[in-house]
Every structure is written in structure tokens, then in C-alpha cells.
Design a protein around this ligand. Structure first.
Ligand code: PGA
Length: 239
């Protein structure tokens, strides 16, 4: 695990965007795994800025998102589909048919999970996966207790996760109770992982991620077993 310290959120976001841009240049057919949430937001702005200025080309790039809420439609402003459109897909030349997000409105959610996992496998695998991390150690929506061998599955969200995400809703009750998420096994198959961690509230999670015990109680700890993980942090731990 390579830890890259950054002065602040701006610097971290810029560096993460530059990393993605470099990978897209090296491989125009890149399979990119993407995350939502507050942490990668500025990184997406940098990607859009770069696209406008330098015309980085996404026409053959395929993007696979980690997760989506169950029961939230694409046009709902809290859907991750909407987030991706607003923050990235609506501003670069990626083809709609090359963007993949689990469908939380699917009639049969189990079938949707199987199909999503199949798409990941058929793609040849994620070349670069971007991750955030929850205070409870979740990556994607793999909450504590998720088996390490899980593929894409339906998850009941932890109350702490619903509370953390309630900032985007009017009340915590409005936050969906379930989601579809790529599993820990799906994530671990990625060739390269870039995890971003920002904010004082994530300092403990960072510690457990980088030097804690590998345990399903802290799902992100499994990343210690991955051969190519970069953790970009801006926690101000050494200031
Ligand atoms: P955040 O979410 O970037 O909004 O903190 C990260 C996560 O919960 O995985």
C-alpha cells in the first residue's frame, strides 16, 4: 500500500485527477471504476476542467460505478446515476452506453446483481478503481461484516452510513435502507486501486485501513492484501 500525503483537499483532488488522466492517455480503452460521495467531487471537477482545456479523450473509456441506492430512480437527484451525470458524464465525451451503474429500480435485484458482476467480468476487469472510505471502513457499500469473497450484492445500509448520507436528504428517514454494491471480491480484482481519504472524521479509518488488523469488521482492511493500492490522504496528520 503506497500512502501519498497531500497538503489539502485541493492538492489531493488534483493529483487524483492527474493520475486518472495519465491512465486514460496510456490506455484509451481503460476500464475505470468510479465512486460517488463528497470526497471525489473536486477530483471530478478537475477531470472536467482538463477535458475542456486539453480534450482528454473518453470515447473508448468504460466506467463502472461501485454502487447505487435501491428504490431510487435515475432522475432522482440523490441517485448515483444523477450524481455521475452531474459531476462527470454530462461534461465529457464518454458514451452513455459505456457507463455502467447498478440499477436500484430493477424488478429482480438479485438478477441485477448477477448481471452487473457478469458485466464486470466480461469487461476484462477494472484497470483503475477509485474508492472513498466510510468512517466505519466501508468501501463501496460493503458494510462491516461483509464477507471478503462477496461479489455484487444487495446490502442493508448501516445506520451510521444512513446518518452520514442524510446530509443530502431532508431527513435521515428519507435515506434508502438498501443499496446494490460491488462486493469486496469484485473490488479486489481491480488491477490498480486509488483510495481517497479526506477530513478529520476519517483519521481513525485511515489508521485502521493502513495499519489495522485485516478483519471483516473493517472491510477496507482487505486492501492491505492488494498488490497495487495507492492511498491519497489529506488528513493533516503531520501538521
Ligand atoms: P464521502 O463518502 O466521500 O461522502 O465521505 C465516502 C464513503 O462513504 O464511502
Amino acid at each position: 500500500m503506497l500512502i501519498i500525503e497531500n497538503q489539502n483537499y485541493e492538492a489531493m483532488s488534483k493529483k487524483a485527477a492527474e493520475h486518472i488522466i495519465e491512465r486514460v492517455k496510456q490506455n484509451p480503452f481503460l476500464n475505470l471504476g468510479l465512486a460517488t460521495g463528497g470526497t471525489p467531487q473536486r477530483m471530478y471537477e478537475y477531470l472536467v476542467e482538463d477535458y475542456r482545456k486539453n480534450g482528454s479523450d473518453y470515447q473508448n473509456v468504460k466506467c463502472y460505478n461501485l454502487d447505487e441506492y435501491v428504490g431510487v430512480s435515475k432522475d432522482n437527484k440523490n441517485s448515483y446515476y444523477h450524481y455521475m451525470k452531474k459531476n462527470l458524464y454530462g461534461h465529457i465525451n464518454i458514451k452513455e452506453e459505456n457507463t455502467f451503474i447498478p440499477n436500484g429500480m430493477a424488478k429482480c435485484l438479485e438478477h441485477e446483481c448477477r448481471e452487473y458482476e457478469e458485466k464486470l467480468t466480461l469487461s476484462g476487469g477494472i484497470d483503475l478503481q477509485i474508492l472513498g472510505i466510510g468512517e466505519n471502513g466501508h468501501i463501496g457499500f460493503n458494510e462491516p461484516g461483509t464477507p471478503f469473497n462477496a461479489s455484487t450484492h444487495i446490502v442493508q445500509l448501516d445506520s451510521s452510513t444512513r446518518k452520514a448520507n442524510s446530509r443530502y436528504f431532508s431527513t435521515v428517514e428519507e435515506v434508502p435502507t438498501h443499496a446494490i454494491t460491488m462486493g469486496l471480491h469484485s473490488i479486489m480484482k481491480s488491477k490498480e486501486i486509488l483510495l481517497l481519504v479526506s477530513g478529520e472524521n476519517k483519521a481513525e479509518a485511515f489508521k485502521q485501513l493502513t495499519s489495522g488488523k485485516i478483519t471483516t469488521d473493517f472491510p477496507a482492511s482487505i486492501l492491505q492484501n492488494h498488490k497495487n493500492v495507492k492511498v491519497m490522504e489529506c488528513l493533516g496528520l503531520n501538521e
